[in-house]
Design a protein around this ligand. Sequence first.
Ligand code: GRF
Length: 198
Amino acid sequence: MNIAIFASGEGSNAAVIMKTFGSFIKKETASLAVVISNNEKAGVLNIAADHNIPCEIVLLKNKTDAQQTEAYFKLLEKYKIEFIVLAGYLKKLPKEITNAYFKKIINIHPALLPAYGGAGMYGKFVHKAVISAGETQSGITVHYVDEVYDHGQIIFQVKCAVEKNDTAEDLAQKILGLEHKFYTEILAKTILSQIPVK
Ligand code: GRF
């Protein structure tokens, strides 16, 4: 099964996936075929190059919705992609893609969905909102992706405490640590659960 990683930025989750995926799944079963980004300056592109994984930039600017969808499909077909993992991908995928890849796209969100999700809830905005609301717990959510932001079926969650004096930065650190600890394993388990036993 060929897998694509979609990422827009730093790529610390993508880096962990590239480093450890092979320890969860044999490469004959599933392999990381391409990293796709909407951002040609994304740090994740250098990380992919270090792992000898091809990179592609999906050019979305000045394109109609239909042209954007076509650009995505073109890349997904080029690499015969059957499963997509979003790792800090900031663009909403067209519904034609989320429909074609129903239960074949997963995302990680730095909060306990369905709370603190949706448009505008990314990065430090999530942690600031959690702290301002006086929450005593936050965490991570791995979920399938559908056409609504942060909405698809939840696959996995793990909680962490929000301490009284935690800043948004403290919470971000804690949560990123959890993401790195769990995302690759959950990705691998999700893929393996979908492969029929021979
Ligand atoms: C992570 O916090 C993840 O929850 C969110 O985007 C961030 C990506 O960080 N979807 P990185 O690029 O993997 O460092």
